[in-house]
Write a protein that binds this ligand. Structure first.
Ligand code: GDP
Ligand code: IMO
Ligand code: MG
Length: 425
């Protein structure tokens, strides 16, 4: 058994791209299991930077096979643009990238509806406006259109007509109109034709790899607190971001998963609306944003910044079954003094070390302060070489969550990493 899940433990943007790209050096197959082009996973090799939104973050390691699982929602135009950008960089995609025939297609009307809803809503979610929510809604309403359907365009035309009918009352309320199935197909058919050679039964490919004892990475998107079931609902995305979602989203049985690695920054960020109890609205927050480059990789929006939340991490450890942490962006805390860490919450019914998920807006975080450090960390390669106070923060996170750090990341590049333990061990 050699499948390892890499899952975001916060509100996304924890550094999944970097860690998956790095870990792919030792992996044969990488599968993205959830979300769509709402994700932006940054890969930095040397001085080169690339953001992938749909394609798995293993694509830069030439030996790996990359699969996009059926838990994903795929915008064909975005995927083709991404593939072109990769090919322009000389990265081979043909024969290495395969997309599930069961993955649902984000249609132009999903993007339109996402935008209309966000602009008019009394309670905004702050979505990425990439059509994610409406596409998953159609999937659950059993009127979605899957990539494999494009093998038969007449079938797609019929499905489009039914979906357009279903959205008609909402469109009327927004005084908007949708294109006809034929007009939509005129645009979509050429895109689908180019994608068809990549579309296959990725679950079968994954099963073959697992049976052959290949090393498999299951790459999450978004993060635990954005998960549709386990996140800060309704301020969440519409997919199963947690480790359990890797099984349904990639098509692999739980008994085949060997380990779960939770990724967390050494502080916290969130994009979009919703509760964020440890948020910093002062100069320290601005400093974290500037030093950490905390601007959305998809939308460019400034990310909200705050202190690390250990009750939230303990919660993420529980719902994902985290075996080890990948702690990222420790270098960003250099120069902040003190460094604060949320260790508990004061709730209407008393103090708790657990995350009061459903009443976050009525709770106050309780902080511990740690002395900071001034040394840059980018060149540190072992835990022992960390400044004493940085090592103390890592230890506190490990102690309070009961989970060790397998990886500590001290910069965006692959080599700027302290590998404590092999994640495939
Ligand atoms: P993802 O969505 O989880 O893949 O994360 P993003 O790529 O959206 O955001 C993480 C950002 O932090 C990217 O710009 C990464 O290049 C960068 N990054 C990742 N790890 C580190 C680190 O340890 N230190 C610093 N300074 N930057 C990092
Ligand atoms: P990665 O994979 C951070 C957030 C949006 C919004 C909410 C719902 O890069 O970590 P959606 O467009 O999904 O309906 O928006 O979820 N969100 C993310 N935030 N990183 C992401 O992905 C995100 N994907 C969605 O900002 O609050
Ligand atoms: Mg991101």
């Amino acid at each position: 058994m050699s499948a390892v899940v890499i899952v975001g433990a916060q509100w996304g943007d924890e550094g999944k791209g970097k860690i998956v790209d790095l870990a792919t050096e030792h992996a044969d197959v990488v599968v993205r299991y959830a979300g769509g082009p709402n994700a932006g996973h940054t890969l930095v090799v040397g001085n080169d930077k690339l953001v992938v939104r749909l394609v798995p973050s293993g694509i830069l390691q030439p030996h790996s096979v990359c699969l996009m699982g059926q838990g994903m929602v795929v915008d064909p135009a975005v995927l083709l643009t991404e593939i072109e950008a990769l090919e322009q960089r000389g990265i081979k995609v043909q024969g290495r990238l395969f997309v599930s025939e069961l993955a649902h297609v984000i249609m132009p009307y999903h993007v339109l509806i996402d935008g209309l809803r966000e602009s008019g809503a009394a309670q905004k979610i702050g979505t990425t406006k990439k059509g994610i929510g409406p596409c998953y809604e159609d999937k659950v309403a059993r009127r979605g259109i899957r990539l494999g359907d494009f093998r038969d365009l007449d079938r797609v035309r019929t499905l489009l007509a039914a979906a357009i009918d279903a959205w008609a009352p909402a469109m009327k309320a927004w005084s908007a109109t949708l294109p006809s199935p034929d007009a939509l197909l005129d645009d979509l058919a050429p895109l689908a034709k180019r994608l068809l050679p990549l579309i296959t039964d990725t679950g079968a490919l994954l099963d073959e790899a697992v049976r052959a004892n290949k090393r498999v990475l299951l790459e999450g998107a978004q993060g635990t607190l954005l998960d549709i079931d386990h996140g800060t609902y309704p301020f969440v995305t519409s997919s199963s971001a947690v480790a359990g979602g890797a099984c349904t989203g990639a098509g692999i049985g739980p008994s085949r998963v060997r380990r779960v690695i939770g990724i967390t920054k050494a502080y916290a960020t969130r994009v979009g609306e919703g509760p964020f109890p440890t948020e910093l609205l002062d100069e320290a927050g601005t400093r974290l944003r500037d030093r950490g480059g905390e601007f959305g990789s998809v939308t460019g929006r400034p990310r909200r910044t705050g202190w690390i939340d250990l009750p939230a991490l303990r919660y993420a450890a529980r719902v994902n079954g985290v075996d080890g942490w990948a702690l990222t962006k420790l270098d960003v805390l250099t120069g902040l003094d003190p460094v604060r860490v949320c260790v508990a919450y004061d709730t209407p019914s008393g103090r708790t070390a657990d995350l009061p998920l459903t009443e976050l807006d009525r709770c106050t975080p309780v902080f511990e302060s740690l002395p900071g450090w001034t040394e840059p960390l980018e060149d540190v390669r072992t835990i022992d070489a960390l400044p004493k106070n940085a090592a103390a923060l890592v230890r506190l996170i490990e102690d309070k969550t009961g989970i060790g750090a397998d990886i500590v990341s001290v910069g965006p590049r692959r080599d700027q990493t302290i590998v404590v333990r092999d994640i495939f061990r």
